[in-house]
Ligand binder design. Structure first.
Ligand SMILES: C[S@@+](CC[C@H](N)C(=O)[O-])C[C@H]1O[C@@H](n2cnc3c(N)ncnc32)[C@H](O)[C@@H]1O
Length: 274
């Protein structure tokens, strides 16, 4: 088996473990979804047919469907079984276990396709992005969220740690991630939450980095899941708005918009020419 194939299998195994152990639907996921997809908002979805590419346990698909879209989610890991639980009983929400590079759909099927937090885990992220586009209708929208390379120093430190942690089995990594999450949450998020409850959001907001404000909305388990992801995902690439604009340009897309999310990601929204 070649290196790419080994990484693919390790990615499948790692995310299968992650999302079958940490599939938490919490209220703040909704706000998180709209942060990921900005400038798309809840009025976009009604009556449309969409694809959530690499849907994980289905947290984003859940809200796209709630906003009125008929949805298909695809993911190649056992996360798809967790998604099945989250979407149980929802008409107009279907799931497929499959690979993003080889999608089993008819060309030009979807009004929109999004891929949130996943392309950077592929061995060829731009190739993965390009492989989605044949399934988008003419005039349809594609939106993407990937890790930002702007925090280069933190990313470099993280990559040094990951050189060790990506080699660990998921059962052990879970406990290592728990230590990192406890330190992160205990040192930053919990004090912020405490101060916020004392002083109110208005005075604290300018001082707190976006990622601390973000985690303050989530329970500890989400922080734990994110550390598991951060330390264990076999592949992690980083991009900026320029990179995403170039993907879109090479793919012949139009009306391209890119933006930083302020925490640790950047976004692309673009349309397939009619
Ligand atoms: C960080 S998770 C994000 C999941 C979801 N989009 C979310 O934000 O909750 C990345 C997902 O990409 C999936 N994935 C990675 N490579 C894939 C591929 N080649 N085909 C399909 N799914 C893939 C993983 O199984 C995992 O569920």
């Amino acid at each position: 088996m070649d290196k790419t194939q080994q990484l693919r299998q390790a990615t499948q195994r790692n995310f299968g473990y992650q999302w079958t152990h940490f599939a938490d639907m919490v209220g703040a996921n909704r706000e998180h979804f709209f942060t990921y997809i900005y400038p798309i908002d809840d009025t976009f979805f009604e009556g449309k047919f969409g694809l959530d590419a690499a849907c994980g346990f289905g947290r984003h698909l859940y809200y796209a469907h709630e906003c009125g879209a008929r949805m298909v989610g695809v993911d190649f890991s056992d996360a798809i079984f967790a998604a099945k639980g989250i979407l149980k009983g929802k008409d107009g929400a279907s799931l497929v276990k499959g690979d993003l590079y080889r999608l089993p759909f008819r060309h030009e099927s979807f009004d929109f396709i999004y891929c949130l937090g996943a392309l950077h885990h592929l061995s060829d992220p731009e190739g993965g992005f390009q492989s989605l586009l044949p399934y988008l209708k003419r005039g349809g929208a594609v939106f993407v969220w990937v890790y930002s390379k702007r925090r280069w120093l933190l990313n470099a430190i993280l990559e040094a740690v990951r050189a060790v942690t990506t080699k660990l089995p998921p059962g052990l990594l879970r406990y290592i991630a728990l230590l990192f999450a406890a330190a992160d949450y205990g040192l930053f998020t919990a004090p912020y939450r405490f101060l916020k409850s004392l002083l109110g959001q208005v005075r604290l907001r300018p001082w707190a980095p976006p990622r601390i404000r973000l985690y303050a909305k989530f329970p500890f388990r989400v922080c734990h899941a994110d550390w598991f992801d951060r330390l264990g995902a076999p592949i992690r690439f980083y991009y900026d708005e320029q990179d995403l604009a170039e993907w879109a340009s090479r793919a012949g897309l139009k009306d391209v918009q890119t933006s930083e999310t302020g925490a640790y990601g950047c976004r692309l929204l673009a349309y397939k020419p009619s």
